[in-house]
Design a protein around this ligand. Structure first.
Ligand code: FAD
Length: 432
């Protein structure tokens, strides 16, 4: 017993000595770094991935120069945006301005980045101004494919806004939804993988049904899907069966769900079998690819839609000192979500600090939890864990756990509270 205690004391004292040594070593290394040239780290995109990198890199901001570039003054989150569409939250509840007071040594530039000049290690703005970098982190999110659905142009303002990023007009989306007459038909097209937030099209359909019911309107929502199955499908089916049996119908690809043609004037879509679906509100969720900056800067391999990275450092393959994180990367088994971007960005920042300090990289482990709401007080989730494969060149799943399909009302309510708790913690950490 005494031997055990003294062993534990020795372990604790060794641990404290190691931590103190690491702290002194880091301080020493950082000071040495400071006395040489200060590395300049530029972050493009202050969404979830970029803000997480900033939060971690800020810890060494006395010793490095950090510049953050973001094109929007106010960031609107993807998470909980379906609750705004479903009139459960207000738009202001999901909009944030970065708290600059928290980042005293950081320089913020609110401008659109046009491209990256790889050769000269600089970021080029629309006005052809440039900012140099030693290390560049890109977390600019997604852009959209314009060549998949004939007749559909992503930037056509007459379309129902897709609301798949913070720039799309969510207020207009809601207005058009509110203006719908009784017995209207809503068509939602769900894209093929990979796309941002896999369960979000189904959450959106559910919360629209919930909202229309509160407005005392009967609607029929048809989800035309480019896929034959989707994440948390059984949980969604259960929620639809309990609450929205008459409102929501899901048509998989195998039964004609793949839409290939859109006619805005005639309010119709056509599927791959030539079948026509008419609707009063046609909501196209476009197929997606990495943000345009990757294409404009030629940072992608030929024919690729997503950025290929080293999963330990997040450095882009073939491009030294340029890193990418979040929705714009091909993260193998990891879905494109705020939770994933947050988890990945922590590793990127920690391993970039390790690189700057000439220390070993840590071997990453990642986590993703995705919550979905079906009403204000009902939610369910899926969680998954990830690590690298044996050859350390791929992120693989270690398994997942999903909410019980037959969860009772109380469990659904608890999950709704967890979802809000997760969101508040994340946005408080990153933006406030
Ligand atoms: C409807 C919906 C619901 C969602 N729900 C959830 C959820 O419940 N849970 C979850 O985990 N995830 C959810 N997501 C996904 C989540 O929003 C994204 O996965 C996450 O935001 C990805 O982070 P990111 O940093 O890659 O991109 P973003 O957060 O989109 O940030 C990119 C930033 O880069 C900026 N930018 C882009 N290009 C430039 C440029 N050229 N110059 C300067 N700045 C630029 C943009 O303005 C933006 O601020 C949802 C998404 C949607 C659409």
């Amino acid at each position: 017993m005494e031997k055990n205690r003294s062993g534990r004391r020795k372990f604790i004292s060794n641990t404290i000595t190691t931590l103190a040594f690491l702290f002194l070593a880091n301080t020493f290394l950082l000071k040495r770094l400071n006395s040489k040239t200060r590395p300049k780290i530029v972050i493009v995109g202050l969404g979830i991935g970029g803000a997480t990198c900033l939060q971690y890199l800020n810890k060494i901001s006395n010793f490095v120069d950090i510049i953050v570039i973001e094109k929007q003054n106010v960031y609107q989150t993807g998470p909980l945006s379906n609750l705004v569409i479903g009139n459960i939250l207000q738009r202001k509840d999901i909009c944030f301005k970065i708290n600059k007071k928290k980042y005293k040594n950081v320089k913020f530039i609110f401008e659109n980045v046009k491209r990256i000049d790889v050769e000269n290690k600089s970021v080029v703005f629309s006005k052809n101004l440039k900012v140099k970098f030693d290390f560049l982190i890109l977390s600019p999110g997604i852009s959209y494919k314009n060549d998949i659905l004939k007749g559909y142009n992503v930037s056509d303002k007459k379309n129902i806004p897709h609301c798949w990023d913070g720039e799309s007009n969510i207020t207009q989306f809601k207005k058009r939804l509110r203006d719908l007459e009784n017995n209207s038909k809503i068509i939602i097209t769900s894209p093929d993988y990979p796309y941002r937030c896999p369960p979000a099209p189904y959450e959106r359909a559910t919360l629209i049904a919930n909202y229309q019911r509160k407005l005392n309107k009967k609607v029929k929502i048809l989800i035309l899907d480019s896929k034959n199955s989707f994440t948390k499908q059984e949980n969604y089916f259960r929620e639809w069966q309990i609450n929205f049996r008459d409102e929501i119908e899901w048509i998989p690809r195998s039964k004609g769900g793949k839409v290939i043609f859109y006619d805005q004037k005639k309010n119709l879509v056509k599927n791959s079998d030539g079948q026509i679906f008419k609707g009063d509100f046609i909501h196209i969720i476009p197929e997606q690819k990495a943000a345009s900056i990757f294409f404009d800067s030629e940072l992608l391999n030929d024919g690729k839609d997503w950025c290929e990275i080293n999963p330990i450092s997040f450095e882009i393959n073939r491009f030294k000192d340029i890193y990418a994180v979040g929705d714009s990367i091909d993260a193998w088994a990891m879905p494109k979500s705020a939770f994933s971007a947050n988890s990945q960005a922590k590793i990127l920042a920690i391993n970039l600090i390790n690189k700057i300090l000439e220390k070993d990289y840590i071997d990453p482990v990642f986590l993703n939890t995705c919550y979905s709401f079906s009403k204000e007080d009902r939610a369910f989730s899926i969680s998954a864990w990830y690590r690298l494969n044996m050859t350390k060149d791929k992120i693989i799943s270690l398994g997942s756990s999903e909410s019980n399909v037959y969860a009772n009302d109380n469990d659904r309510k608890l999950e709704a509270q967890h979802a809000i708790g997760w969101y508040e913690t994340m946005v408080n950490d990153l933006f406030m």
